[in-house]
Design a protein around this ligand. Structure first.
Ligand SMILES: [Zn+2]
Length: 212
């Protein structure tokens, strides 16, 4: 399943075709980003070596709980990080938190699942994929590696899936966060201030944070 998803994403997105895939990775094996962990949720993109690592144990754990949709969305999320790296860099290097990178990766994963998949995906499958992200969301807004609340993660994924366009995640070649920042800091501020902006449609900061 993981390999099939990778093939589809690579065919769809030329910006990630150079990524080295190490799926499955053995727990304890070395990477440019440290050793592969031994947990049930060991999946990461390593910018230093432009490689994706998902452990065997993780593939099995996610597969047995969420089925192929869970594995697919996990793989798609890591490829989304590879796309961010190629197109715009990581906002976690600019602001205090990784949350924009993470929520945006969920959105891009939604786009991948909608547009890179040649066959229609049933509502049930979309719901299962979304519930995987929802269940691994967390409530750690003060932590630097916050991944977003369950609601934020699910909302972002479904937003990307519904829109089916990388621009709707502010992650396309023409419309991405780096371009917004480059245009001017005012443009970035406007994106944050305007509830209808793509960035806010993606993040839904206030709503989700206050509701939790
Ligand atoms: Zn991530």
């Amino acid at each position: 399943m993981a390999k099939g998803t990778e093939g589809l994403i690579r065919a769809y997105d030329r910006r990630v075709r150079d990524v080295t895939s190490v799926i499955p990775s053995s727990p304890g094996s070395s990477t440019a980003c440290g050793k592969v962990g031994d947990g049930n949720l060991t999946a990461f993109y390593c910018p230093e070596s432009r490689s994706i690592h998902i452990s065997d144990k993780t593939l099995q754990a996610v597969g047995s709980t969420y089925g192929p949709e869970g594995v697919a969305v996990m793989v798609a999320h890591e490829y989304a990080h590879a796309r961010q790296h190629a197109v715009q860099g990581f906002t976690r290097n600019v602001i205090w938190s990784s949350v924009i990178d993470e929520v945006q990766a969920d959105c891009v994963a939604g786009v991948y699942m909608k547009t890179a998949t040649p066959m229609p995906i049933s509502d049930k499958m979309v719901e299962t994929a979304a519930s995987f992200l929802e269940n691994i969301g967390d409530y750690l807004p003060l932590e630097k590696d916050w991944h977003g609340t369950p609601q934020m993660r699910k909302t972002a994924f479904l937003h990307g899936y519904r829109e089916g366009a990388l621009s709707s995640c502010v992650a396309s070649d023409d419309t991405n966060i780096n371009k917004v920042i480059q245009k001017s800091s005012d443009a970035l501020q406007n994106q944050f201030d305007n509830p209808q902006s793509e960035l806010n449609r993606l993040l839904r900061w206030g709503n989700n944070v206050l509701n939790n």
